[in-house]
Design a protein around this ligand. Structure first.
Ligand SMILES: Nc1ncnc2c1ncn2[C@@H]1O[C@H](COP(=O)(O)OP(=O)(O)OP(=O)(O)O)[C@@H](O)[C@H]1O
Ligand SMILES: [Mg+2]
Length: 138
């Protein structure tokens, strides 16, 4: 999928292994000599927008071979954070950086949360539904 520039939206209820699966993809990519960045939307937004050289940090993220945006939709829904997340997704979209997004939101809820983010991810990502029991409770 990295070679094809394709990513994934991994959606489903809590504890169904979305972060675990995304981390496994990061491990696989890194073991093959690729560069990957993984974090929550808040962590990645903070890394970019609180850095001294925002352009350089954004370039580092867009220039990686795989970006994992973990727990999309759990970030604080302020206009400021929405704009930051959009800027990151849009930059990666333009650079064709493969993205894996994990989320508790349904595809419909993602579309409602931010249509601009959703459309870019929808175009570039396969949808994978995580289902089953909450592994933390079973
Ligand atoms: N394939 C797996 N094999 C073994 N353990 C797993 C597997 N997938 C997930 N787990 C374990 O199940 C628990 C929940 O997984 P994970 O944190 O990935 O869920 P999640 O879907 O990201 O949850 P949330 O929506 O709350 O973020 C973790 O302890 C994780 O280590
Ligand atoms: Mg998770």
């Amino acid at each position: 999928m990295c070679q094809r520039g394709v990513g994934a939206i991994v959606h489903g209820p809590r504890g169904t292994g979305k972060t675990y699966a995304a981390a496994a993809c990061v491990n696989m990519a890194v073991s093959r000599g690729r560069r990957a960045v993984m974090g929550t939307a808040t962590e990645i937004a903070n890394a970019v927008f609180s850095s001294r050289d925002k352009n350089a940090e954004m370039g580092r993220i867009c220039g990686c071979d795989l970006l994992v945006l973990d727990d999309y939709g759990a970030q604080r829904a302020t206009d400021y954070m929405r704009e930051q997340v959009f800027e990151i997704v849009d930059a990666c979209y333009r650079y064709r950086t493969p993205m894996i997004v994990t989320t508790n939101l349904t595809v419909r809820q993602m579309a409602q949360a931010d249509p601009r983010v959703f459309e870019r991810l929808f175009e570039r990502c396969e949808r994978i539904e995580a289902s089953g029991a909450n592994r933390r409770l079973s």
